[in-house]
Design a protein around this ligand. Structure first.
Ligand code: KG4
Ligand code: ZN
Length: 340
């Protein structure tokens, strides 16, 4: 029997204050406080995010420890997101985590947010039977700030082989949703509306980007002009065709992502393909990947796709297994080491 290792994970890189407790690779608690304060602004306001993190962090951590039914003194380490993300938001989580670890006399472990999204594949809910990817595998990591194809050769042996040159896929969902008058964050709302629409109703251009890289800013511009022309020709066009527009936009984004994944599989010869990041909650993307015959595909449960602290706890656990010690010089970073 493996000795139980309890890790507290803390995530505060954007607008979710989250805490999770893992016991080895099992997630015992996964608590998230979403911030509603940003809705009125149509996007995340960094200063308001930091303040909301400060209000939420203690109750969220207490709730995670309660749900896991352990005491602070049972913890072996505190893992926290160190970047990339909003600097003020990261500072709330990292200062809290490091202070708590110092007070408990245990290591604090910095975790990269994008690595966390990928390592979420290895987090298990108690009693859950899920296929875990073997190395090497390819991971399409798609979130509000990133779009990457990552070759994963080990828990911390990852190479970004494709990236966006401008907007991220989630950003494309959010910005196009804004053009359509939908609330922020638009991705999940657009996904729901798309379910009632025809994905072949309208055609949008695919960008011509070499290699395994992506570009989404052209699509946003194309939709802007498409809506302008549609309204000019027939006032009320946007509202009357909303579901078809959503379905067509979603189909375009998913097709662009799938084309590059196909190219990545051909180039690397790796047929194990995983999804990670908030956009992997998208129903069309999940269905397309699941339906791809000839690949072994891995799609985490939705609560491990969008920002969460389970992924931070599991990444912390693997670092702990490697003998990670507190890094007194770990400084939060806003931009990814290789992000789009
Ligand atoms: O990973 P995540 O929760 O936060 C970041 O690290 O950015 O990703 C958030 C992004 C947002 O752009 C949101 O609109 C998008 O994920 N998203 C979705 C869906 N759920 C979340 N996009 C499309 N379809 C969804 N169902
Ligand atoms: Zn994320």
């Amino acid at each position: 029997m493996k000795e139980p290792v309890y890790i507290l994970g803390i995530e505060s890189s954007c607008d979710e204050t989250a805490a999770a407790v893992s016991c080895n690779d099992n997630i015992l608690a996964n608590v998230i406080a979403a911030q509603t304060v940003h809705e009125a602004y149509g996007g995340v306001v960094p200063e308001l995010a930091s303040r909301a993190h400060q209000q939420h962090i203690i109750p969220v951590v207490n709730e995670a420890l309660n749900q896991a039914n352990i005491r602070k003194n049972d913890l072996q380490a505190v893992a926290y997101t160190n970047g990339p993300g909003l600097m003020g938001a990261l500072l709330v989580g990292s200062s809290f985590a490091r202070t708590m670890a110092l007070a408990l006399g245990i290591p604090s472990i910095p975790v990269d947010h994008m690595e966390g999204h990928i390592l979420a594949h290895f987090a298990k809910k108690p009693g859950e039977q899920r296929n875990i990817p073997q190395f090497p595998f390819l991971c399409l990591t798609v979130s509000g700030g990133h779009t990457q194809i990552v070759r994963v050769d080990g828990y911390f042996r990852m190479e970004v082989i494709g990236r966006t040159l401008d907007d991220a896929a989630g950003e494309a969902f959010d910005k196009i949703s804004k053009l359509l008058g939908l609330p922020y964050p638009g991705g999940p709302v657009l996904d729901k509306l798309a379910a009632q629409g025809d994905p072949r109703a309208f055609k949008f251009p695919h960008p011509r980007v070499p290699d395994l890289d992506f570009s989404f800013s052209g699509l946003k511009t194309a939709v802007r002009y498409f809506l302008r022309d549609g309204e000019a020709g027939s006032p009320g066009f946007r509202e009357s065709r909303l579901q078809d527009i959503c379905a067509s936009v979603q189909d375009t984004i998913v097709s662009i992502l799938m084309e590059k994944l196909e190219a990545a599989v051909t180039r690397t010869g790796i047929h194990r393909v995983a999804l990670a990041g908030g956009v992997s909650a998208n129903s069309a993307l999940r269905a397309r990947l699941r339906g791809r015959v000839g690949w072994e595909t891995f799609i985490p449960p939705i609560e491990f796709c969008t920002d969460n602290a389970a992924m931070v706890a599991i990444a912390g656990y693997f670092r702990y297994q490697e003998g990670a010690a507190t890094d007194p010089f770990a400084v939060p970073y806003a931009r990814g080491r290789d992000c789009g």
